[in-house]
Design a binder for this molecule. Structure first.
Ligand code: NAP
Length: 239
């Protein structure tokens, strides 16, 4: 039976690599498209017209998420895997003693924390109809309170910590039906988080996404009372 997956923020970076990796693993994929002009995702869709569907999706917008969910319900009555990947960085320099841009922080929180919940909330009925009932949230080591070393990156770190809490709450609801949430830190990946390609990353998107999808395929081994918070190598991180 065909397995269906949905990935947010699939235009480039890790999201695109997740879409590619899922296609390689035989999934039918719905990829959330944020920037309509992006070429790589369009080319991937041309290569897989039968198994890759592009859906306009701005996870910061209630209306966009509702429209995307309606589109997805027209394609499938179940979703085996939802990957909440889309995210933005915001300012990473200002410290508590500097002027802080709270308006920008609200935008980051709306995408990184509320955006993932907006998508999960809209798609969870489809997730619950699948066998795997699996939600994967792409977080970051930056969201770990236990390992926090930074004194800036307020919006990003706080929004990822909120995403981690959200993961625990959703996991608690999915668990009695045999579902689960997995939370991942993808490593330092050569993507566009900083606006331009970050050449300093130690991993390609394909390496990180491929490794994470390997752990996702073994999700039943990680089923438990709490969601797992792993890096791309499968090492557990502090919450
Ligand atoms: N790269 C790293 O080293 C690293 C480390 C830790 C965690 N992560 C996490 O990995 C995930 C993927 O990030 P990435 O590194 O692949 O960065 P990326 O290249 O910037 O990809 C993020 C994607 O999300 C899209 N997006 C932004 N706002 C959106 C919205 N409102 N609705 C839907 N999509 C939106 C972006 O579109 P535009 O670019 O067109 O705005 C982009 O396609 C994120 O959750 C990030 O926090 C990355």
């Amino acid at each position: 039976m065909t397995r269906f997956a949905c990935v947010t923020g699939a235009d480039h970076g890790l999201g695109l690599a997740f879409a590619e990796g899922l296609l390689e693993r035989g999934y039918s994929v719905v990829a959330g498209r944020y920037a309509a002009g992006e070429g790589a995702l369009g080319r991937l869709a041309e290569k897989h017209p039968d198994r890759l569907t592009l859906v306009p999706l701005d996870i910061a917008s209630d209306g966009s998420v509702a429209a995307a969910a309606a589109h997805i319900r027209g394609l499938t009555d179940r979703l085996d895997l939802l990957i909440n990947n889309a995210s933005i960085l915001g300012d990473i320099h200002a410290k508590a003693t500097d002027p802080l841009n709270f308006e920008e922080m609200q935008k980051v929180y709306n995408v990184n924390a509320l955006g993932a919940l907006r998508v999960t909330n809209a798609l969870v009925p489809l997730v619950l109809r699948s066998e795997d009932k699996l939600v994967v949230n792409i977080s970051s080591e930056a969201g770990s309170i236990g390992s926090c070393w930074r004194d800036s990156w307020f919006a990003y770190c706080m929004s990822k910590a909120a995403l981690n809490m959200q993961s625990a709450l959703v996991h608690n609801e999915l668990k009695p039906s045999g579902g689960q949430v997995m939370v991942f830190h993808p490593g330092h990946v050569r993507t566009y988080m900083r606006g331009t390609l970050d050449e300093t990353g130690s991993l390609t998107p394909a390496e990180s996404a491929g490794s994470i999808l390997g752990w996702v395929a073994r999700h039943k081994e990680f089923m438990g009372e709490k969601p797992v918070f792993l890096d791309y190598r499968g090492e557990a991180l502090d919450w």
